[in-house]
Ligand binder design. Structure first.
Ligand code: NAP
Length: 388
C-alpha cells in the first residue's frame, strides 16, 4: 500500500496555514496504512487545498470522456468529514453512468465511483466519535444507515448524485462512515462496497443463507464473485456460470463446486439441475436480469429464492414461466444495494473469517480511464481497484 505522505504533509501544511481553524499537522501526519492513529483534532473551519479529481466531463460517452482536473477542497460542513482516498473500486454501474445509461445524465463536474476507502483527515465542528487518521469506508447510499429500502436514498448516491471516490479526497457525512477492520487493507475494504453489500443483502438478508444451501451465481463479475465468497464463508455449496473456462478455473479456486460455461452450454440450467441430482439450487444471485431469469427459475429447488439485481440482458421476448414459480413456491425479490449496517456486518464477517475479496487487477489514480476500459472489456474476475 503506497501512502502519499507528501500529499498528507501538504494537507497538514496547507490547513495549518489557513486562518486558525484546521486540523493539526501532527494528528494528520500520524495516520498510517497499518491502522488507526491520531487523536481527534479541533474542527475544521474553512479552506483550501487543491486536489486532483476525475470528473464525468460533458461528453459522457464512456471512460474516454473522463477528465482529470484540479479543484479546491472545501472545508467539511459541521456533520461531515474529509477522507483522504487511498483506494477505490469499480462497478458496472460506473460504466453505465459514463455512457448515460444509469438514470438521468449527471453534471459534467460530477466525480464518479461509488466505492472507496481511506483515512479521515478533517472533521466538522459537530462530529463526534470519529478520530483523525481513522481508517474508514462508507456505503454508496450515504443516507441509508439502517432499516428498509427507501427510493429517497438515490438522492445521495456516491459517484452518481453526490461526488464519489475518484479523487484525492472525498467529503462524506460522518454518520455514513464504517470503520475498516485492522486486518483489512484499503483495497479490500473498497472492493467489498457496492457489489459486496448487494450480494450480502441477497444471500443473507433476503434469502436467509444457511450452511449446506446451494447458491447459484451468474457470471464472474464483481457481484457474482463476492457472492461466491460470501456463500462459501457461510458453508454453502456454490454453482457458477461464465462465458470463459479460464474464469471458471478461478471460480473453482475460490471454492465453486459446480461450474458451467454458458457460452458452450446455452441450456446451462439443465447442467445445474443435473449437477445437483435434479434437485436444483436454493438461492440464485440473478446478476443478469430478464435474459436469464427463465433459466434461473427452472434450476431452483422447491422454496428457492431469487434475488434479481442486475440488468445486463433485458431479455427481449423471453418470458419466465409462471407455473414454475407457483408449483415450486419460489420467491423472487428485486434488490437495490444495501445499508450502512449491512456494509458494517459484511466487513466484520470478512475480517473474522479472513476473507479477502478477489481483486483481479489494480490501477493507479492516473490510470482511471484505463481501469474503466478494462472493466468494460469484461476480462476481469471479481473486482478492479484503483490505488492511490
Ligand atoms: N441492484 C443493485 O444494487 C446492484 C448492485 C451491483 C450491481 N448491480 C448490477 O449487477 C450487474 C453486475 O454488476 P457487476 O458490477 O458485478 O458487473 P461486472 O463486474 O461488470 O460483471 C459482469 C459479468 O456478468 C457476466 N455476464 C454478462 N452477461 C451475462 C449473461 N448473459 N449470462 C451470464 N453472465 C453474464 C459476465 O461474466 P463472464 O465474463 O464470467 O461470462 C461479465 O463479466 C450489473 O447489471 C449491475 O448494474 C446491481
Amino acid at each position: 500500500m503506497t501512502l502519499h505522505l507528501d500529499r498528507r504533509q501538504a494537507l497538514a501544511a496547507g490547513l495549518s496555514a489557513a486562518a486558525g481553524t484546521l486540523v493539526p499537522a501532527s494528528a494528520s501526519l500520524s495516520a498510517s496504512a497499518e491502522g488507526p492513529a491520531g487523536a481527534s483534532g479541533p474542527p475544521v473551519g474553512s479552506l483550501p487545498l487543491r486536489q486532483r479529481v476525475w470528473q464525468l466531463g460533458s461528453d459522457q460517452r464512456g471512460p474516454g470522456s473522463l477528465e482529470q482536473v484540479e479543484r479546491t477542497l472545501a472545508a467539511p460542513a459541521p456533520d461531515e468529514v474529509v477522507v483522504e482516498v487511498l483506494a477505490s473500486a469499480l462497478n458496472n454501474r460506473d460504466l453505465q453512468l459514463l455512457r448515460q445509461a444509469y438514470g438521468p445524465a449527471q453534471p459534467a463536474e460530477r466525480i464518479p465511483v461509488g466505492d472507496g476507502a481511506g483515512v479521515v483527515v478533517a472533521v466538522g465542528a459537530q462530529v463526534e466519535g470519529i478520530t483523525l487518521g481513522q481508517r474508514v469506508t462508507a456505503p454508496h447510499f450515504v443516507s441509508w444507515l439502517d432499516g428498509a429500502y427507501r427510493p429517497e436514498v438515490f438522492a445521495a448516491d456516491l459517484g452518481i448524485t453526490r461526488d464519489g471516490w475518484l479523487a484525492e479526497y472525498i467529503t462524506l457525512p460522518a454518520a455514513a462512515l464504517v470503520p475498516v477492520p485492522e486486518s483489512m487493507s484499503f483495497e479490500q475494504a473498497a472492493a467489498l462496497g457496492t457489489a459486496g453489500i448487494t450480494a450480502w443483502r441477497v444471500l443473507v438478508e433476503f434469502a436467509g443463507l444457511r450452511a449446506g444451501d446451494t447458491v447459484l451465481a451468474l457470471g464472474t463479475g464483481g457481484v457474482a464473485t463476492l457472492g461466491l465468497q460470501i456463500a462459501r464463508m457461510h458453508g454453502a455449496r456454490v454453482a457458477i456460470t461464465s462465458s470463459s473456462d479460464d474464469k471458471l478455473a478461478v471460480a473453482r479456486e475460490l471454492g465453486a463446486e459446480i461450474t458451467v460455461n454458458y457460452r458452450n452450454e446455452p441450456d446451462w440450467d439443465h447442467a445445474v439441475l443435473e449437477a445437483t441430482g435434479g434437485r436444483g439450487v436454493d438461492i440464485v444471485l440473478e446478476t443478469v436480469g430478464f435474459g436469464t431469469l427463465p433459466q434461473s427459475l427452472r434450476c431452483c429447488a422447491p422454496n428457492g429464492r431469487i434475488g434479481v439485481l442486475g440488468s445486463l440482458d433485458p431479455g427481449g421476448d423471453r418470458v419466465p414461466n409462471l407455473s414454475t414459480m407457483l408449483l415450486r413456491n419460489l420467491r423472487v425479490e428485486g434488490v437495490t444495494s444495501g445499508s450502512r449496517r449491512m456494509l458494517a456486518e459484511l466487513l466484520q464477517a470478512c475480517a473474522v473469517n479472513g476473507i479477502s475479496p478477489h481483486i483481479d487487477r489494480r490501477f493507479g489514480f492516473d490510470e482511471a480511464r484505463e481501469a474503466l476500459e478494462y472493466l468494460a472489456g469484461g476480462e476481469h474476475v471479481g473486482k478492479v481497484v484503483i490505488s492511490s
